[in-house]
Design a binder for this molecule. Structure first.
Ligand code: GSH
Length: 206
């Protein structure tokens, strides 16, 4: 059976769990990371030298990097659904997954860590403010892209919606100012209606 290492409050682990939920995949999950440890052991580092979660083992095939895992599971179990058969639709989904890592998350990370995982007296609020503006700019790009589209890669839910959905939950839950972004909000409502998103991603931020 597919084995997944990672704590359930990790954004990167949630992408994989949500993906499995969409695909109806059975798996065994091992708590790892932060208070659970495990990722700091030699055994774990032999699988994932970054000592980060998630990592999967699929019948002896070990893989880390959340987006590589989502793509692998989508390609092997969701061809024609969350892995689009049309190369251009797949590339569109892929492009937004890369953009999440290169552009969106670098701003989200500092805001999330300061507001959720740092005691009030130690928070760097200047960094929160600066990065909140950058996230708003980034989500403005997504909002414009979603005009006339139901999902990130067009008419259907694909792997491209997964990282964006993870970031959106944090964006809408964090106590920060947000400009009105109607297309994004419409799409976000669609995400919240998905049972696997509700189960794995709509968790209190910790
Ligand atoms: N680029 C990696 C990043 C993985 C990552 O940063 N994971 C965090 C959790 S979201 C982690 O392992 N932190 C250390 C810990 O939980 O102990 C991916 O997408 O999988």
């Amino acid at each position: 059976m597919l084995k997944i290492w990672g704590r359930t409050n990790s954004s990167n682990v949630q992408k994989v769990l949500w993906c499995c939920g969409e695909l109806g995949l059975q798996y065994e999950r091992v708590d790892a990371g932060m208070q659970f440890g495990v990722n700091d052991t030699a055994e774990y580092k032999a699988m994932n030298p970054n000592a980060l979660v998630p990592t999967i083992d699929d019948a002896g095939f070990v893989l880390w990097e959340s987006h590589a895992i989502v793509r692998y599971l989508a390609r092997t179990h969701g061809a024609g659904s969350i892995w689009p058969k049309d190369a251009r639709v797949a590339a569109d989904a892929d492009r937004w997954m890369d953009w999440y890592h290169t552009t969106l998350w670098p701003s989200m990370g500092p805001v999330f860590w300061n507001l959720i995982r740092t005691t009030p007296e130690k928070r760097n609020m200047a960094l929160v403010e600066e990065n909140s503006k950058k996230i708003a700019t980034s989500f403005g790009i997504v909002d414009a892209h979603l005009a006339g589209r139901d999902y990130i890669a067009g008419k259907r839910f694909t792997m491209g919606d997964i990282p964006m959905g993870i970031a959106a939950w944090r964006w809408f839950e964090l106590p920060i100012e947000r400009p009105a972004l109607p297309n994004l909000e419409r799409w976000y409502k669609r995400m919240r209606e998905r049972p696997a998103y509700a189960e794995h991603c709509m968790l209190t931020l910790t």
